[in-house]
Design a protein around this ligand. Structure first.
Ligand code: PMP
Length: 434
């Protein structure tokens, strides 16, 4: 049945299909961390709908909020509702107490890209400047502005004329340091590069409106920057009057064990983009959390029909309450260290695991042909992915060289399911390494 639906999709769905080419299933239903296909096969979902299903598929606690809201009000444009204002308050209350009062929240359209567009516009309007600086390996979406700050040229091929004044600088990718330094002894040369770009009048880059950066780079390979890096980047930006946008679309909503990843650092951005996990169980929602001091919109200067869908908002309210009621932050932390331990063991046994990194349940495993030369091993991961798939484990692949296994499982995943996933992974790695 899966094959029939996949074939039909290929024939009649007019847009390039991505995930099913790598994980060929037709999904029938899903609950918690398990997906069932139309043939009754079960899969452990370490993909999590691309980092969306933080509270798990079909979470019944959240579903109650959704059902209640559906029968009451679904579409309310930007009129105030108790539902919406309650969510804004929850978001603000989860920010560090010292900065909470400095921020406000606004909603974008349904996708992460909408939030990124809004953030870029706000920064440009506020500063009166044009340029944006983004980071190598960064992913911010597929609409023109968001695409312009996404570094992978695969997506931007033949679209260069759409791309405005954007420059890219190196991200803090310590396993493959662009400056050939070791993290223990480096001097943040990657941050210095950004500093130089802004300071040197001959760098070719005029003072930009903003930088946009993921505090933990997702599609780029779940790369956690070196401690202290974000603080430096923010400091350099602020000294140059540049607005700092942290894209927390993937790393947010408790994915790394805390509400937003930047809260694990001392860096304070001016704008935070959010989406994905905020929709609770997969409802579309996105928005900005931004400093009151950079407010620059005139009333109705940035609008959109499907902003702040009331059902999505109810799901978000439910997800926040679920996190609190069931201490999901603690569970994420516990599960994270359990999983990391198992993965480090696996790294010792494996010939091809070069690096394991990330935070919380946003974990990257980088495969290389040789642990000394670090030559990327994309082909191995391709085979490994289909071997794991055949045994019932789903995950995403990404990274600067497509050689990173990316785990973003639901945060509610149990130890038993993690054990089952590790078993599949271990057997599959052994099989593929033979
Ligand atoms: N920013 C980040 C960090 C993302 O991971 C993504 C999606 N993978 C986006 C933006 C774009 O979100 P969307 O696909 O909902 O437009």
């Amino acid at each position: 049945k899966s094959k029939r639906l996949l074939d039909l999709q290929k024939e009649i769905e007019g847009i390039v299909v991505s995930y099913p080419t790598k994980m060929p299933i037709a999904i029938d239903s899903a609950k918690g961390s398990i997906i069932e296909d139309v043939d009754g096969n079960h899969f452990i979902d370490f993909f999590g709908g691309c980092g969306v299903l933080n509270v798990g598929h079909g979470n019944s606690f959240v579903l109650e909020y959704v059902k209640k809201q559906q029968s009451k009000l679904i579409h309310a444009l930007d009129f105030p509702t108790e539902n919406k204002l309650s969510l804004i308050q929850k978001i603000l209350n989860h920010l560090p107490s010292k900065i909470r009062k400095d921020f406000k929240v606004s909603f974008g359209g349904p996708t992460g890209s909408d939030a990124v567009e809004a953030a870029i516009k706000l920064a440009k309007i506020k500063t009166g400047r044009e340029g944006i600086i983004a980071f190598s390996g960064g992913y911010h979406g597929m609409t023109s502005g968001a695409l312009a700050v996404t570094s992978d040229t695969f997506f931007r091929n033949k679209l260069s004329s759409l791309i405005p004044n954007v420059s890219f600088v190196p991200y803090s990718y310590c396993y493959r340091c662009p400056f050939n330094k070791e993290p223990e002894t480096c001097n943040y040369e990657c941050a210095d590069h950004f500093d130089w770009l802004l300071k040197d009048k001959h760098s070719g880059v005029a003072q930009p409106a903003a930088i946009i950066i993921e505090p933990l780079q997702g599609e780029g390979g779940n790369i956690l920057p070196k401690e202290g890096y974000l603080e430096r980047i923010v400091d350099i930006a602020h000294k140059n009057g540049v607005i700092v946008i942290f894209d927390e679309i993937q790393s947010g909503f408790f994915r790394t064990g805390i509400f937003l990843e930047f809260m694990n650092t001392k860096a304070i951005p001016d704008i935070i983009t959010f989406s994905k996990g905020f929709g609770g169980i997969g409802f579309p929602i996105s928005g900005l959390i931004y400093k009151k001091s950079i407010e620059a919109w005139e009333s109705a200067a940035h609008i959109g029909t499907f902003r702040a869908n009331q059902v999505s908002i109810a799901a978000a309210n439910g997800a926040f309450d679920f996190v609190k009621k069931y201490s999901l932050e603690e569970h994420t932390e516990y599960l994270s260290s359990y999983l990391f331990d198992k993965l480090y063991q696996l790294k010792n046994e494996s010939k091809f695991i070069g690096d394991i990194r990330g935070r919380g349940l946003m974990i990257g495993i980088e495969f290389v042909k040789n642990k000394d030369t670090k030559e990327p091993f994309e082909e191995f991961l391709k085979t490994l992915r289909s071997t794991c798939f055949n045994k019932g484990l789903l995950f995403e692949v990404g990274g600067h060289f497509n050689n990173v296994m990316r785990f973003t499982p639901p945060l509610i995943t149990t130890t038993e399911i993690v054990n089952a996933a590790i078993e599949i992974l271990t057997i599959s790695i052994h099989e593929c390494e033979e």
